[in-house]
Design a protein. Structure first.
Lengths: 136, 136
DNA sequence: GTAGGATCTCCAGCGACTAGAGGTTCAAGG
DNA sequence: CCTTGAACCTCTAGTCGCTGGAGATCCTAC
């Protein structure tokens, strides 16, 4: 029987976050002590580790909720694969967007000449989208 | 004199968003009609274009607020440069984090064998962080 | 004069937590 | 047995950057 603090230490998920997960129905305590404190079993620990790992991989809680129920109802690989690859595509598009952004930002940042006498190049560049190369 | 809708069409910033920006003190209408509708001038248009561009580059509104005031008080290049390069560093770290994530996710996604008879590899991989390569 | 699109204000919600107030319970030491 | 103090409880509100809806008013063209 694990207290919420034990669970937190074992999984690295913060105590208020665990309570939050319970509130939105992602996990459930096995029961409560006579003094109303949550107690978790091994199943709860594993479930939270699953959630933690999926969160680390950037999956939204809603997708995790679906994955958990797939896990219970006997894994349907198709659905699982769909969620994972959708997320993967999402991550990839975020990467490429960020890379375009990085290019533009570093170009703009270089436009600043701290020793010069004119107005700051960064502020000018921000005011004028027309000078940008490509889209962002 | 531009109505809020004109401003929206010219900048691509949605009407409710413009109102939100006014609410948090980022922009200000030049005045109101007798019927209480906002009217903006050229200064407002340029200011909103600046905000739009900075937002597109991923800068948080707080940083934009600072940049705008720097722009007014006669550009201090140092401060401007600091904000931009802090943001650039942030973007770069997000990129590398996402790339690590991408690697892990595509590894996990490949673990799924839809035709197999065993349990879904993706779900197993999610349940067991120990199998991951590197950190995420 | 009227129709209907644009505008107004105010409030609530998103995702995924995080922080704080104010109170109770549990475990260890004396 | 009693006390201390860390850990726990509930509830509410705040974060960021919008977005959507309700219900009312305004503006413009016909």
């Amino acid at each position: 029987m694990l207290s919420i603090g034990d669970l937190s230490r074992r999984t690295g998920v913060k105590v208020p976050t665990i309570r939050y997960y319970e509130q939105i129905g992602l996990i459930e305590a096995q029961g409560r002590t006579s003094g109303n404190q949550r107690r978790f079993g091994l199943a709860g620990l594993e479930r939270l580790e699953f959630i933690r790992h999926a969160r680390d991989l950037g999956l939204p809680l809603d997708a995790i909720r679906t994955l958990l129920s797939l896990n219970e109802t006997g894994a349907q690989c198709d659905a699982t694969h769909a969620i994972a690859s959708t997320h993967l595509a999402d991550v990839r598009s975020r990467i490429s967007r960020l890379q375009r952004l990085e290019a533009e930002l570093s170009r703009i940042t270089r436009a600043c000449d701290p020793d010069g006498t004119g107005p700051c190049g960064i502020l000018e560049a921000l005011g004028d989208h027309g000078r940008c190369h490509g889209t962002h």
